[in-house]
Design a protein around this ligand. Structure first.
Ligand code: PLP
Length: 393
């Protein structure tokens, strides 16, 4: 067989040695406030299931009904024979929900970025990109072959400076995450819009963690800042708060039309499945009918964040239901997460290289699915483990 893969074995051994090997837990139950792992029930703070829609009875029913009517698979890419009534309905409803001119859906948020960035810029063009942007923005940017100019995180003055300093360019694009997934902070989109308008640069925001979370009833970051019509591209995902799977771009009609012609994951990868699409449509219905889940999410997050701060924990820059519990070194964060797990709370440690070397943390994902009792149990458990490990007094 030779030794063509020896280097991979060595790399994997290295990951294990340095504690960076990714051990993947298997969930044996539906994704919800509580999950079953290794036969044990655990209180879940790891999922992006912000609104508890991943196992919502209405979404489950909608998916089942659609399967009975339309089957399971789309059978083709959208542009050949994969566009079904459900896809058209979903795009129309999403555009209305988000008060955008138009909307196009993709198989995932990752694919939405891979489709959009290379369709908008190419060789000789330039992308101004927040240094903490998501991997799918980075990959989409690289695929485009445009020059990537990184600006300091959420630093509008630095963005402005980089724009002025960059004099060789064809077309230009500014791109930022809406909510940053590791710190739970929000991009200053109101200020970024002004810079984009001043310099006449196309603006794209990836609102994956803000979709269903920010704005009135979860309408997203553009709605949160009241910037309707001023942000050309708002990427979103239906894999997080929507509880399903899928990506979208809402924004200017001409860009959506262009993506149907030039978005490669749209043209060369099959459409969203029938049950996914139907469940996403039902998620829009749920969100349009009531803001209750979104309000519950935010009040749960506030209870948790304030509870943790009162206990003496450092919750970093969190402005959203993502609450990092800052611990410092990675081994401490790993140990903290392991102890929480033993005590019945599932919350993930995040360390280098996902976050800087001395900024390891437990990342807590709050959800409307949690009850008041759940939050109390979580705070009690964090308090106990925090004292045991000397993080709080
Ligand atoms: C999660 C995430 C994505 C990927 O979304 P999927 O639908 O899971 O592919 C893209 N961008 C950002 C900013 C994200 O946080």
């Amino acid at each position: 067989m030779g030794n063509k893969t020896t280097w991979i074995e060595e790399e994997i051994a290295g990951l294990k040695e340095s504690g960076l090997y990714n051990t993947i837990r298997t969930i044996e139950s539906p994704m919800d406030a509580w999950v079953t792992i290794d036969g044990r029930r655990l209180l879940n703070f790891c999922a992006n299931n912000y609104l508890g829609l991943a196992n919502h009875p209405r979404l489950r029913e909608a998916a089942k009904r659609a399967v009975d009517e339309y089957g399971v698979g789309p059978g083709a890419v959208r542009s050949i024979a994969g566009t079904q009534t459900l896809h058209v309905q979903l795009e129309k409803r999403l555009a209305q929900f988000k008060k955008a001119e138009a909307c196009i859906t993709f198989q995932s948020g990752f694919n939405a970025n891979l489709a959009t960035i290379p369709a908008l810029v190419g060789r000789g063009d330039v992308i101004f990109s927040d240094e903490l942007n998501h991997a799918s923005i980075i990959d989409g940017s690289r695929l485009s072959r445009a020059e990537i100019v990184r600006y300091n995180h959420n630093d509008v003055a630095d963005l402005q400076r980089k724009i002025v300093e960059t004099t060789e360019y064809g077309r230009r694009l500014i791109v930022s995450d809406g909510v940053f997934s590791m710190d739970g902070d929000i991009a200053p989109l109101d200020k970024i819009v002004e810079v984009a308008e001043e310099h006449d640069i196309l603006l794209m925001v990836d609102d994956a963690h803000g979709e269903g979370v920010l704005g009135e009833g979860g309408r997203g970051i553009v709605d949160h800042f009241g910037l309707h019509g001023r942000v050309e591209v708002e990427v979103g995902t239906m894999s997080k708060a929507f509880g399903v799977m899928g990506g979208m771009v809402a924004g200017k009609q001409v860009i959506v039309e262009w993506l149907r012609q030039r978005g490669r994951p749209f043209l060369f990868s099959s459409a969203m499945t029938v049950p996914d699409t139907a469940a996403c449509l039902e998620a829009v219905n749920v969100l349009e009918e009531s803001t209750e889940l979104v309000e519950k999410l935010w009040s749960n997050a506030a209870v948790f964040r304030e509870g943790m701060q009162n206990l003496g924990f450092n919750t970093g820059y969190s402005q959203t239901p993502i609450v990092p519990v800052m611990l410092g070194q990675a081994p401490l964060a790993q140990k903290f997460s392991r102890r929480l797990f033993e005590e019945g709370v599932f919350a993930m440690a995040i360390g280098y290289p996902t976050v800087p070397q001395d900024k390891a943390r437990i990342r807590v994902m709050n959800s409307a699915a949690h009850s008041a009792n759940d939050l109390e149990m979580a705070l009690d458990t964090f308090e106990r483990v925090g004292r045991e490990l000397g993080v709080i007094l």
